[in-house]
Design a protein around this ligand. Structure first.
Ligand code: K1U
Ligand code: ZN
Length: 173
């Protein structure tokens, strides 16, 4: 497996709408495994293909946080939210493309998601709690949307400047 460098905001590739995956090839399965390894190493609970520079509709997640619980690596091709609850949930979100910055985002508490799995089979499931927050955050990435786009223009600009500074300093190091 290969670790992939994670793009840091601002980057034009993080603002693009990604292309649907026509079918699950061996190449895409390898990319999904590499993304899972990159996500666990970061560490993070999710990762979307555009964050590693690939503009295809693929996300990976594992929101199991409790020590001793078995991991639940989850790979979704062409994920779509098909229904949402009226009830909302506020979560302090982070993003591996906007390092060390967090902000509260309000999203539907429950989401019904349809996707294609690693075997090319169609799947549908309801997600709650952190899984629901994470899957919505990752699907947003596939549509060129970042969690800071839910914030006020002033907060967004402040976080963008900090991320720019992080990127400059990392390039110099
Ligand atoms: O998509 C990403 O940038 C990954 C992001 C996912 C996410 C986090 C929080 C709410 C919604 C979506 C992250 O994984 S940031 C890192 C993080 O949350 C975390 C890191 C270590 C342990 C637990 C969480
Ligand atoms: Zn993110």
């Amino acid at each position: 497996m290969t670790m992939k460098p994670i793009l840091i905001h601002p980057d034009p590739r993080l603002k693009k709408v990604c292309d649907p995956v026509p079918d699950v090839s061996d190449e895409l399965r390898t990319l999904a495994q590499d993304m899972l390894e990159t996500m666990y190493d970061a560490p993070g609970i999710g990762l979307a293909a555009p964050q590693v520079g690939v503009l295809s509709r693929l996300i990976v997640m594992d929101c199991v946080k409790e020590e001793g619980e078995p991991p639940q690596p989850t790979v979704m091709f062409n994920p779509e939210v098909v229904a949402t609850s009226d009830e909302t949930n506020v979560y302090e979100e982070g993003c591996l493309s906007i390092p060390d910055q967090y902000a509260e985002v309000t999203r539907p508490k429950l989401v019904q998601v349809r996707w294609m799995d690693m075997d090319g089979r169609e799947r549908e499931q309801e997600f709650d709690a952190l899984w629901a927050t994470c899957v919505q955050h990752e699907i947003d990435h596939l549509n060129g949307k970042l969690f800071i786009d839910y914030l006020s223009p002033m907060k967004r600009q402040m976080m963008t400047r900090k991320s720019q500074k992080f990127k400059r300093e990392r390039m110099r190091a």
